[in-house]
Design a binder for this molecule. Structure first.
Ligand code: PMP
Length: 428
């Protein structure tokens, strides 16, 4: 079949993320991808600025990751995790528990980021039930927060940008505090926490957990906030008997300059959710890891088990590639690479602040953001970027990149030059 026919079928029959089947946004057929280059079917090569939504930290078609999948494929692609176990899951769990903030040691493997959030929410509810506080079934989260697209996860996403309103009849009503107003380099003052303190004082008895994305609010606006704020949230949660869930699905594995964003604040949550870069972008896998207090309580009284068990739990292929990807990351100089990306982004994007339509320029670790004063026409911007040989997909009023850590400075400059050109184009 020709690409014209294949694309025609795609347009008519296949949903892409957040799009219409009647007026689909254009999609570009990919022939292959290697390193930081995505090769389109027309032969054009695009430098990847997105890491396929935070995942492909080592770039594409990496020999070490390819080998991990191939050798595991010859042993076992999949076996059920009920009543069986295997080395890839055990070795991965051991490595992850060594790396995440100290005290997080009980690992639940699941299929995707959203499911890992569902699992974390269920853990929190079961925890309080066992402790004889069945009224603690609600959650506190932040406006502009994003935690996934399943129902439990949606109920803790920003009520507006998280599409809460469309499904409001079906979603649990949770509590939302204003998005943090103290930026990454700013101190956190009592005024920034006033609303949270008031919600916790009035409703602490109904709240099972506070769920947040540590330091970087991603899909809800690419905002960075003060580590001090996160530290104070940890204290408030303890004072009000509320568990803290850190959703590190986007921020984990070095993206913000620390292996996990909680480290900026020296905070250990009760439960952490990992996904995305866990497998280096090869397969869908996530992990929800909790502390002994949470796991011990859940398993300490009726029903004595944690009530979740997906079919593809601990999939050996996914665990093998996750192990290889995480070992590759920590055995290399990821921290220097992320720091040099951060320095280059700062140097090359900071001047964009003087472009008329640019409202703010934000850089943290290997993340660069131009916040515009208006929403972008995604199809038009995507096409402009393609003409410039880069893969950048804007979102609402944000032009942002989080490239693979292996990107070299010449390719990174092509990304920042393209961002600047599109920002100027919008301003003119
Ligand atoms: N939490 C955060 C912070 C995310 O960025 C995402 C994905 N964009 C999710 C949860 C959901 O993960 P998934 O798409 O793998 O279900």
């Amino acid at each position: 079949m020709s690409w014209t026919d294949l694309l025609e079928f795609d347009r008519k029959n296949i949903w892409h993320p957040y799009t219409s089947l009647k007026r689909p946004l254009p999609v570009y057929p990919v022939e292959s991808a290697a390193g930081v280059r995505i090769k389109l079917a027309d032969g054009r090569e695009l430098i990847d600025g997105m890491s396929s939504w935070w995942c492909a930290v080592h770039g594409y078609n990496h020999p070490v990751l390819n080998n991990a999948v191939k050798s595991q494929l010859d042993r076992t692609a999949h076996v059920m995790f009920g009543g069986l176990t295997h080395e890839p899951a055990i070795n991965l769990a051991r490595l992850l528990t060594d790396l995440v903030p100290r005290g997080l040691e009980k690992v639940f493997f699941c299929d995707s980021g959203s499911v890992s959030v569902e699992v974390a929410l269920k853990m929190a509810i079961q925890y309080w039930q066992v402790l004889g506080k069945p009224g603690k079934t609600k959650f506190l989260s932040l406006e502009k927060g994003y935690h996934g697209d399943t129902f439990g996860a949606m109920s803790v996403c920003d009520p507006v940008t998280g599409m809460h309103s469309l499904f409001s009849g079906f979603l649990r009503k949770n509590f939302f505090a204003p998005s943090p107003e103290c930026g990454f380099d700013e101190p956190c003052r009592d005024v920034h926490l006033r609303e949270i303190m008031s919600i916790l004082e009035q409703h602490g008895a109904e709240i099972a957990a506070f769920i947040l994305e540590p330091i970087v609010q991603g899909a809800g606006g690419m905002k960075f906030y003060s580590p001090e704020y996160l530290g104070k949230i940890r204290q408030l949660c303890d004072e009000h008997e509320v568990l803290l869930i850190a959703d590190e699905i986007a921020t984990g594995f070095g993206r913000t300059g620390k292996l996990f964003a909680c480290e900026h604040a020296g905070v250990t949550p009760d439960i952490i959710c990992l996904g995305k870069a866990l497998t280096g972008g090869y397969l869908s896998l996530a992990a929800t890891i909790c502390n002994e207090k949470t796991a011990g309580t859940i398993c300490g009284a009726f029903p004595g088990v944690f009530m979740h068990g997906p079919t593809f739990m601990g999939n050996p292929l996914a665990c093998s590639v996750a192990l290889a990807s995480t070992e590759l990351l920590i055995s290399g100089n990821w921290m220097e690479k992320v720091k040099s990306i951060e320095d280059q982004l700062t140097k090359e994007l900071a001047p964009c602040g003087s472009i008329a339509a640019v409202r703010d320029v934000r850089i943290l670790g290997a993340i660069g953001v131009l916040e515009m004063d208006r929403n972008l026409d995604v199809a038009a911007a995507q096409s402009l970027f393609r003409e410039m040989g880069v893969w950048i997909r804007p979102f609402l009023n944000l032009i942002y990149i989080m490239p693979p850590y292996i990107i070299d400075s010449a390719d990174l400059s092509r990304l920042t030059t393209a961002m600047k050109a599109v920002a100027e184009n919008i301003s003119s």
